[in-house]
Each structure stands twice: as C-alpha cells, then as structure tokens.
Ligand binder design. Sequence first.
Ligand code: UD1
Length: 369
Amino acid sequence: MKILCVVGARPNFMKVAPVLEALRRHGHKASLVHTGQHYDASMSQVFFEHLKMPRPKVNLGVGSGSHAVQTARIMEKFEPVLLREKPRAILVAGDVNSTIACALVAVKLGIEVAHLEAGLRSNDWSMPEEINRILTDRISSVLLTPSADADENLRAEGAPDDCIHRVGNAMIDSLFQHLEKARATSALTDLGVEPGSYALLTLHRPSNVDNQEVFSGLLEAVATLSRELPVLFPAHPRTVQKIEAFGLSSHIENHPSLRLLKPQGYLEFLALQESARLVLTDSGGIQEETTALGVPCLTLRENTERPITVTEGTNVLVGTDCARIIEEARASLARGARSAKPPSLWDGQTSERVALLFDRLEVEGFSSR
Ligand code: UD1
C-alpha cells in the first residue's frame, strides 16, 4: 500500500521512525513528509541522524507562526503533495499542529487517515494539543491506540469499534531499539554527572511557560530543589524565549546547580533520563519513557492525557504549586527508584503490529467512520 507518514515536530520523530521502518519491511510503499514545524537542527535533524530515518521525500518548510498561520500553511503546502503522490493512506502521530493539519487535508481528498497515539485525552480544552487530538481522531478511520483508556475514550465519543486498534506505544519501540546506543554515548561524562546524582527537567507547555507567574513559580521550585540535588534543564527554544522575555534569567544564574542546557539529541536525552534520580517534566512523551525505564517522574501539570503512567508507571501528577513540587520531589527522593513495569503492549513490537494491520487493511479495505 502507498502510505505517506507525516512528521513535523520533535515528539513525532521517535514515534514514526519504527513504524515507517516496519511498513517498508512488510513491502508497503511508505515514505516520509516533514512539515518543517520544527526546523532547528537540535529539534529535527539530530533525530533523523540518531533514529536513522530516511530523508523525507518532501519537506514543506513551514516553520513557526501562530496556530492559525502554522496550521494553514501546512494545509496549503500538503494538498499538492497528496494530489501528486496519491497515497492510499496517510499516517499522522500525536497531537501537534502538523497532525491535525495533514489529517484534515487528506480526509477531504478521500484519503484514509491513520492516527498513531489515538484516544488520549487530558479533558483540558485550554491545551492546543487536546483540540488537535480530538479533531484528528474524529476524522481518522484507523485509530491506533496505546492503552485501554484510549479505547474507552474513543468509544465514549462514538468511534466505531472496527476503527479502534490497540497496538501499544511506538515511542517505546524506539526507546528499546536505542537504549544500548544511548548508554554508549558520553552524555553524562560530557556534563560531568554521575548516574543517580541529578534531576532532569523539561518545560515547554504554553500553560507553564507562557504565563509569567506560573513559569516564575516553577523555576523557583526547581531552583530550591537544585540546592538538594543538581538539576539539568535542557530547554526547548520556546522556553528559552520566555526566560528572556520575562526577565527570569536571574532565577537560573543565581543557582549554579540549576543548569540550563541546549535541547539534547535523542540518544543523549535517553541516557540522561535512564540515569536520572528524578525527572520533572510537562512533556507527554517523557511521562511514558520514564515509566518504561522505571525512573521516578513528577509531571508539572494539573492533568495528563496519559493516566496509565500514573496508575501503572512511575509518574506522579504534582501540578504547578511551588510548595507542592518541592514536597513531592523530597518524598520521591526518600522513596527511591521503583521497578520498571511497562504497561501491556509497550513491548517494542508496536510498529510490527501496525504493519500487520496495514497488511490486513490492504486486503480487506478500510472501515468507514
Ligand atoms: C509543539 C507541539 C507540542 C509538542 C512540542 C514538542 C503544537 C501545538 N505543539 O510545541 O504538542 O509537545 O512541539 O517540542 O503543535 N521553535 C524554534 N525552533 C524549532 C521549533 C520551534 O525556535 O525548531 C520556536 C518557534 O519559534 C516558536 C516556538 O518554538 O515560537 C513554538 O514552536 P511550535 O512549533 O509552535 O510549538 P511547540 O511549542 O514546539
């Protein structure tokens, strides 16, 4: 089957890479389209190198913009690609603007949409990602879910059973495939840290970094924590922009154990996660990776679309209150590491299950929404 796999932003690459590879292994004509939503070398190119992904057939080169501008640009540039390439289906991943933009163009041209990571819900409409998730699921005929809660969410919204396919978590395929290589990097020695001797922090959600009061409170909490345990903070470009715009640099400069770093490559970041004593994050994917690795994770948000990382994994939802974060971090340090028990189907075989499903869809045809 001819399938175009779409990537656009950093969290897409490690989900799509193993699926693309499996589809090709099964003889499907699968190729890659990069929307260019993320374009810095450290947010895009390095992932192609580390994940050994083929060069995209097309790069739409859309870059940054408001949500409307970015989404519209992707749609305008993706339509001629679909008209030229005429794939039977496209595969989109996750919840970024590239996901909904490409899905919407395809469905209106009568091209099937497969959504990898379907059914996740934070039930928080203030998140742009929640809107992207819900709308993409509504127009996809192949809903590839990571867990039972996602299936239930989709059923509750009226998705037909035969469109829902629980395949597991493709991001964990990439994690298992790359862990040895990650361990062989010099990520820790380059930073002069020992395993288990630091916390790892990421922040980039609009609700956390676009609001000066919230962002300043979060930095205060991690700065306090850094006096007890050094904190490594690889920062997303939008986060760096906000530190400068809100004049928050002193929060970091006055705390030498809170170290602001450039965005890390995939392998280096995996190595840093696996050896961290504690991870603090507002990312979606990192909640999942820490669960698979058995590393304690505190999620600095009021909700999560990945509740299984809390019920079955190592994740604790702690919100954004400064005192609560410090208290939970201390409690986590006192508790120590938990054993890794990845949820069912987070077994490194998700991409193989997706490819087998496409083998079947090629013969039996797609179910309609
Ligand atoms: C996007 C996704 C989010 C995902 C995150 C992971 C949406 C709505 N959000 O958020 O779900 O968790 O990616 O990284 O799609 N920028 C750069 N260099 C880059 C990319 C972005 O400097 O390579 C800057 C842009 O100038 C922009 C800001 O980062 O101002 C935001 O980029 P954008 O692509 O809009 O969304 P993210 O915040 O990265």
